[in-house]
Design a protein around this ligand. Structure first.
Ligand SMILES: NC(=O)c1ccc[n+]([C@@H]2O[C@H](COP(=O)([O-])OP(=O)(O)OC[C@H]3O[C@@H](n4cnc5c(N)ncnc54)[C@H](OP(=O)(O)O)[C@@H]3O)[C@@H](O)[C@H]2O)c1
Length: 341
């Protein structure tokens, strides 16, 4: 609508200033010219207001980037094939792409390519890009989830947001990312700088996933009130909180391994580290599995699958790294799944 309005104003201005142009000024004076100009102005006003009305009808909202809300979606729509005429289908397409990407990432990392941040960043090739302070990198790469989430909440469909389940699921997602983007970075101790390319990949994931999850919960999927008492919702939310607790506790154990100024590594002990080397990753995987169960959508399942594919191999690499560095490393400890893997 902004573009239509702008070109209309420009056309009027153009015609007024330049009598040779094909606008109003080219029609000369006289009663006939004035009437013709009035008719043309009325037609333009009608066109602008029709565009505005269409912009707010649900059908157009779902498929065209014509209003402020749509502009934010333009980048996303650019990579989505035409023909997916509802937002639900578009986000299902993104979710499917995320699952395939996750599987590809899993295969690549398990074939030996380590994601070079943290302990693996110290001697990585310059091709990964210059290194950024870990606190700044964590903040920049995770904050899109908070910003996009807030922006979707502010423009939310009022009817969708009436649902208790929508509000709770949204609160869980936002709580995790407020911690990850705003609290976690400032609390880490001695973290190694992150290469630019790694930060950009994490940033891209947060943009796409932050948009997809919060858009679903604020504009697209309205849960009936009966979903609030559905066992899947209760079980999923409980699993989410268990995962969040494990993730918080494990992040905290790792942080306390270093005194201020230290950068070395020690054997983590306590909490779920009794069972696995990647207790923080286990917590995160459980968290998003619970979220997927409570949400019961392809989009939330895609997030859980991607998280597993991305960080289970990292936990496995950490496990091998500990075994090679510490001769007294607990032999019965597994990598990421207690007693199994
Ligand atoms: N959802 C997702 O896809 C996703 C992806 C990645 C991470 N995450 C989450 O983000 C959080 C951090 O991930 P991460 O990959 O950075 O975890 P990490 O490799 O375990 O490192 C976490 C922090 O602890 C330090 N640390 C790790 N092991 C240590 C040890 N043995 N002794 C002393 N300090 C140690 C690290 O320092 P150094 O930097 O010096 O190694 C870093 O500051 C986790 O909770 C993870 O679940 C989520």
């Amino acid at each position: 609508m902004g573009a239509v309005f702008y070109s209309t104003r420009r056309g009027a201005q153009h015609g007024k200033d330049d009598p040779h142009a094909g606008g109003d000024g080219a029609e000369g004076g006289g009663e006939r010219g004035r009437r013709r100009r009035r008719r043309r102005r009325r037609r333009r006003r009608l066109r602008v207001s029709t565009a505005g009305a269409a912009c707010h009808s649900n059908k157009v909202r779902a498929s065209s980037p014509c209003c402020g809300d749509g502009v934010r979606r333009t980048a996303l729509l650019a990579v989505i094939p035409k023909g997916l005429d509802t937002e639900e289908k578009q986000l299902a397409y993104v979710a499917t792409a995320m699952i395939y990407t996750g599987i590809a990432v899993f295969v690549i990392i398990m074939s030996g390519v380590r994601v070079v941040y943290g302990r693996y960043a110290t001697d990585c090739s310059w091709l990964w890009g210059f290194k950024i302070n870990a606190r700044i990198a964590w903040f920049l790469q995770e904050v899109p989830c908070v910003i996009i989430g807030m922006s979707n909440i502010l423009t939310a469909n009022h009817d969708v947001m009436q649902s208790t389940a929508n509000t709770i699921l949204l609160a869980l997602f936002m709580a995790h990312y407020v911690n990850r983007a705003l609290l976690y970075p400032w609390r880490t101790r001695g973290s190694k700088p992150t290469p630019l390319s790694v930060m950009l990949m994490a940033w891209l994931f947060c943009v796409v996933n932050g948009y997809m999850q919060t858009r679903m919960l604020t504009h697209v999927k309205k849960y009936e009130e009966s979903w609030f008492i559905d066992p899947r919702f209760g079980i999923g939310v409980t699993i989410f909180f268990c995962g969040m607790l494990i993730n918080f506790q494990s992040d905290d154990i790792l942080r306390r391994l270093r005194k201020p100024g230290e950068v070395g590594y020690k054997i983590p002990r306590g909490g779920m580290f009794r069972f696995v080397s990647g207790a923080n990753f286990l917590g995160e995987i459980i968290e998003w599995t619970g979220f997927a169960v409570a949400s019961w959508t392809l989009q939330s399942a895609a997030f859980a699958v991607f998280t597993f594919c991305n960080i289970a191999p990292r936990a496995y690499h950490h496990h091998l790294w500990y075994l090679s560095k510490f001769p007294d490393y607990p032999k019965r400890r597994k990598a990421v799944i207690p007693f199994i893997l």
